[in-house]
Design a protein around this ligand. Structure first.
Ligand code: SF4
Length: 333
């Protein structure tokens, strides 16, 4: 493809080389929107014995800082605290309640409805984002979220990490690629935006493997992506492997180059919600470069500029893409 001939999509209305979440929401709602993280006290079937014990090998299993500090405040109180954090005097007046910790569809439906609707009743909360596993969404919960999505802004965030079954088995994810594809197909066509989480730098994956994950996602009816760098945490099984010298980690340079390759493959309409990961300072082991999030983000910007490249420049041709039109027109190209 002739890189020089590519056109930067004007609908982004930003100065970046990818479609960032802040710009997407400004375009959609005319102002800033903030996600308010909520820990509603859920657990995970990959930890409680339903699917497995111990969870994914990189997961520390502690939950949010709020949970670690003591009894969880109510959803209402967590939203109030989040709003206060962003400041009552800011121009921002809109918020998304982000059910973030563990598997946020893993409870009896009446409890889920009660928690989601408590969030939706709060002033200036315009919608929900619900983080979950692809094997934890049944028709009933999708129907509920679809109903909210008729007049609210609703996302489901599916943890995938990789499309390769051997990697998912190594990570002890407890689901396979097929479960993810099935979840996306069943979510498609509803009033629900789909965001997918992937991890770059997983042990055993080559650059080609990672780009295969990107190409798969580029052909699916998804609306957003979170790209995480692999973080090795003390007390996890991944941490044990690292300390035993049994895994290799990506360098900063490799990470930046690979993320730029992924961005080039993802269609311009896919909103980039995250480009790296940080946090967990008290149990963080490696890679050391991941601590400096801003440096990684600046590195990605610089590499895209050096390439004279943008998100979508190598996206699959539209006619080759799978057509799962969702009816959510605002973020389509
Ligand atoms: S699915 Fe999520 S919460 Fe559950 S063990 Fe894996 S990373 Fe942890």
């Amino acid at each position: 493809m002739n890189v020089e001939a590519a056109k930067r999509p004007s609908f982004w209305n930003n100065s970046k080389r990818y479609y960032d979440l802040k710009s997407y929401w400004r375009n959609l709602f005319g102002g800033n929107v903030y996600k308010l993280p909520i820990d509603a006290g859920f657990t995970c079937p990959n930890r409680d014995g339903t699917l497995g014990w111990g969870g994914c090998i990189y997961c520390d299993g502690r939950g949010s800082k709020l949970r670690q500090a003591g009894p969880l405040p109510s959803v209402t109180e967590q939203i109030e605290r989040g709003k206060a954090y962003y400041g009552a005097n800011r121009r921002a007046a809109k918020f998304i309640a982000y059910f973030q910790t563990f598997t946020n569809t893993y409870a009896p439906l009446p409890r889920l409805v009660s928690l989601y609707e408590e969030a939706l009743r709060q002033r200036d909360v315009i919608g929900l984002s619900v983080g979950t596993r692809p094997d934890c969404v049944d028709t009933e919960i999708l129907d509920v979220l679809d109903g909210y999505g008729r007049d609210r802004h609703v996302w489901v965030e599916y943890g995938l990490q990789s499309v390769h079954d051997r990697t998912l088995a190594f990570l002890n994810r407890g689901h396979d690629r097929g479960a993810f594809l099935d979840a996306v197909a069943r979510t498609s066509g509803r009033n629900i935006h789909v965001c997918v989480h992937i991890i770059v730098g997983l042990p055993g994956e080559t650059r080609a493997d990672i780009l295969e994950t990107a190409r798969t996602l580029a052909r699916l009816p998804i609306h957003g992506i979170k790209i995480h760098s692999l973080l090795v945490l003390r007390g996890t099984r991944l941490g044990d492997l690292y300390e035993a010298g049994e895994i290799n980690l990506m360098s900063r340079r490799e990470y930046i180059d690979t993320v730029c390759d992924i961005l080039e493959i993802l269609p311009p309409r896919v909103v980039i919600q995250r480009l790296t990961a940080d946090g967990y300072k008290d149990i963080f082991l490696a890679p050391s470069w991941a601590v400096n999030k801003l440096d990684v983000l600046n590195g990605i910007d610089a590499e895209l500029k050096r390439r004279n490249s943008w998100q979508g420049i190598r996206a699959p041709a539209r006619e080759k893409a799978l057509d799962f039109s969702s009816g959510l027109g605002e973020d389509e190209t």
